[in-house]
Design a protein around this ligand. Structure first.
Ligand SMILES: Cc1cc2nc3c(=O)[nH]c(=O)nc-3n(C[C@H](O)[C@H](O)[C@H](O)COP(=O)(O)OP(=O)(O)OC[C@H]3O[C@@H](n4cnc5c(N)ncnc54)[C@H](O)[C@@H]3O)c2cc1C
Length: 701
């Protein structure tokens, strides 16, 4: 079967159009070659050296997940593996230099996310210890906490939990019910769980190993509740492992994945901790019980505190992208070797990846994984510049949080989708634990709801987009506003009745070939993708405008009535961010062959987004039905062109057999296929091959 599509579904209609087509095809005929090591360097990103080193470590069998271990065995293995991370200093990059760290925030996340290839349980358990528990002490505490607490956290002498979620409140952290009431007489905080719903829930390290926890509780002093603050609370006797007086808890037991981690519940009955247990960077209580904070607004203070913990989301974005890359590498490698059915030959069976459907299933997902890889690197750079203090204004922090809240949902959902498709694309073999895909999928499952549930995070993004939108008009004079309203009205008149005015720039006459050429242009893709986000947000803003004059209940109802669209708009924004990052990355590729293939892959991603939302583009008159059809046909052609490069594109991720650890991707399928084909070839050549009944009948006729 053809490995590249030579029949164009789009027929040129004139000489000029034929030239346009020829231009599109020119690179195919000159057979571009992907420079795999070069592309690998680009994919490794800004902290490439750290990534190479961390990936080497992740290839160490001592850190690998062994399928089929019991929960207890898996937990013990992961706990021991954490010690290996301590010994080689892998986990201390983000900590201050004066405490033996490197003060390297971007490098730290880079290294952490690489652990996903060894075992997601190891990545997350390490994330709990150093990325959440340790990081809360670092980011929310002050010098005294850093000096007294961090060394033992870094060395793992104190394994700890990050106790934010409660049984009754997960996404709505501001409403947690655990209280921390200051007692002036004893100079202590009284940590208390007032009812069952206030038990701390799902906490990593709390089931067995944790001897301390950073507990998030409502800070009450002098009869005033100052909102959620973090407290350092010892929970277990370090020698015996027994709960300390007043502390209780339960093991969460077996989960849908990540069973190398001991998640558990905790509750507190008037547990006393000294005043200094308050991690007091953003809020403090004096000896006389007076509360003070550098941030006067309780709302802003709360979001600033939570914002310091954004790195969890950043690292999940990277880890989910890495897991997608691993899954697709396994499926594409196998799809390039396995043969099934004879379609165009009496003797040779077809390679799975030569089937169009197989290409359609895997190559667009590969394009998305590339987009995410580049977008993630930009997120890491932003994260590093904020956390290093290089660009650390309020706006920068907000931008970082919005970026993380937009990208983490998309990449974690994509990981589940890509891993499931990869598993199906490998047939029965994909279902075997020895081929990694099922375990990776079940371990990655919870990434979509922890560190901020995806649907909740996207609402934060949408709210930010709405705020930005309204601030655009904050200083507008009456004339500008009036013009805007008129334009909106005119625009609305076009909706559903034909092409919208703006879409006139996407001229929709002439040949299909030319319109495809236009759609391939970066500027045109940008316009279509941006227009969708802007239109959705403008539309929502208009519908929400009356809410400002309504009662709280009425306003909430109006807001809720557009919630689904809000989330869709945020998603569209996230997709645009990924597309922009992919565009910037492709533009920097100097090697001609690699650039050509990357241009195609980029177009598959960009046009794929437009294809995914075709209904919207058609309903809103942005695309004509003809052009919409042409997009799908053109994506098919691009995918066929990319097919011969699919192996190079996954090899460029740079995962070795020690990371893939899938027996269907280690060359043994190729060996089996070669053996079988050699056997039949020899049999045919020998003249001793039994005659096929069907062939015999045909001959007789
Ligand atoms: C394996 C695991 C490990 C974890 N580790 C920790 C840890 O170490 N420390 C810690 O503090 N927490 C931890 N968590 C908790 C985790 O962060 C929470 O599960 C998460 O914040 C979601 O909260 P929830 O489970 O209460 O879901 P809920 O907040 O109840 O959400 C349930 C569903 O309702 C939807 N929903 C919620 N609010 C809205 C809304 N306003 N609009 C529309 N839809 C909404 C959500 O999208 C979600 O689908 C862990 C959880 C798991 C499963």
């Amino acid at each position: 079967m053809a490995t590249s599509n030579t029949t164009s579904p789009i027929t040129p209609e004139s000489d000029t159009e034929a030239k346009v087509e020829a231009g599109l095809d020119a690179a195919t005929h000159s057979a571009p070659i992907v420079d795999v090591p070069y592309l690998n360097r680009r994919l490794m990103g800004t902290w490439a050296d750290v990534r190479v080193e961390a990936r080497k470590l992740a290839g160490d069998p001592a850190l690998h997940r062994i399928p089929g271990l019991s929960m207890d065995e898996h937990r013990k293995r992961v706990s021991a593996q954490l010690q290996v991370l301590v010994e080689n200093g892998h986990v201390h990059r983000a900590f201050p230099k004066e405490l033996g760290g490197l003060g390297d925030n971007g490098g730290n996340i880079t290294a952490f996310e690489e652990l996903v290839s060894a075992d997601p349980s190891l990545q997350i358990k390490g994330g709990v210890q150093w990325g959440l528990f340790g990081s809360a002490v670092l980011q929310l505490g002050t010098e005294v906490h850093h000096k007294t607490l961090l060394p033992r956290i870094m060395s793992l002498e104190v394994p700890g939990a990050f106790a934010m979620t409660e049984t009754g409140h997960g996404s709505d952290v501001a409403s947690v019910a655990t209280t921390a009431t200051f007692d002036v007489d004893s100079q202590e905080f009284d940590i208390h769980t007032p009812f069952r719903g206030a038990w701390k829930e799902y906490l990593g390290n709390a089931g067995v190993d944790g001897t301390a926890a950073v507990v998030f509780a409502q800070l009450i002093t002098q009869g005033v509740n100052h909102g959620v603050h973090a407290f350092y609370v010892p929970i277990r006797d370090e020698k015996t492992g027994e709960f300390l007086p007043g502390v209780g808890g339960l093991d969460n037991g077996l989960k849908g994945g990540l069973n190398g981690i001991d998640n558990g519940r905790l509750h507190f009955t008037h547990v006393r901790v000294p005043r200094v247990a308050l991690l007091n960077k953003y809020g403090d209580v004096a000896e006389d019980g007076t509360y003070s904070s550098p941030i006067s607004s309780p709302g802003r203070r709360f979001f600033t505190m939570l914002g310091t913990l954004v790195q969890g989301r950043v690292s999940l974005d990277g880890a989910a992208t890495a897991a997608s890359a691993i899954g697709l590498t396994i499926a594409i490698t196998y799809g390039n070797q396995r043969r099934q059915f004879t379609a165009g030959s009496d003797t040779d069976e077809e390679v799975l990846l030569d089937y169009q459907r197989h290409q359609r299933r895997l190559i667009p997902r590969l394009a998305t994984t590339y987009a995410q890889t580049f977008a993630h690197d930009e997120l890491l750079v932003k994260f590093d510049s904020v956390f290093s203090g290089e660009t650390d204004t309020d706006d920068d922090r907000q931008d970082l949080e919005t970026l993380a809240a937009a990208l983490k949902p998309l990449s974690t959902w994509h990981a589940l989708d890509a891993l499931q498709e990869a598993r199906e694309a490998c047939g029965g073999a994909g279902y075997m634990a020895e081929n990694r895909l099922v375990d990776l999928r079940s371990d990655l499952d919870v990434y979509v709801t922890f560190e901020g549930d995806n649907n909740v995070l996207l609402q934060l993004v949408a709210k930010r987009l709405l705020t930005d939108y309204s601030s655009k008009f904050k200083n507008a004079d009456a004339g500008a506003l009036a013009r805007y309203v008129v334009e909106q009205a005119a625009d609305r008149a076009y909706h559903g009745t034909g092409l919208r005015r703006l879409a006139q720039t996407v001229r929709d006459f002439g040949s299909t070939a030319r319109s495809v050429q236009e759609l391939r242009e970066t500027g045109m893709q940008r316009e279509l993708l941006t227009d969708r986000v802007e239109t959705m947000i403008a539309d929502l803003a208009q519908r929400l405008r009356p809410a400002s004059k309504m009662s709280k209940a009425e306003a909430a109802e109006v807001f809720n009535s557009v919630q689904n669209e809000l989330i869709e708009a945020a998603r569209a924004h996230g997709e645009l961010l990924q597309w922009e990052a992919f565009t910037r990355a492709v533009e920097q590729i100097e090697d001609a062959g690699t650039r050509q293939v990357m241009d195609w892959l980029h177009d598959v991603f960009g046009l794929g987004l437009i294809e995914k939302h075709l209904a919207w583009y058609l309903i809103h008159g942005r695309l004509s039905p003809q052009r919409a059809q042409a997009i799908t046909a053109y994506i098919d052609r691009l995918i066929a062109r990319l097919r011969p490069h699919a192996q190079d594109l996954v090899d460029a991720f740079g995962y070795g057999p020690e990371h893939l650890r899938a027996v269907i991707a280690d060359g043994s399928e190729q060996a089996r296929q070669d053996e079988a084909r050699a056997y039949y070839a020899e049999l045919r050549a020998s003249g001793d091959a039994p005659v096929d009944e069907k062939t015999l009948r045909t001959k007789k006729r």
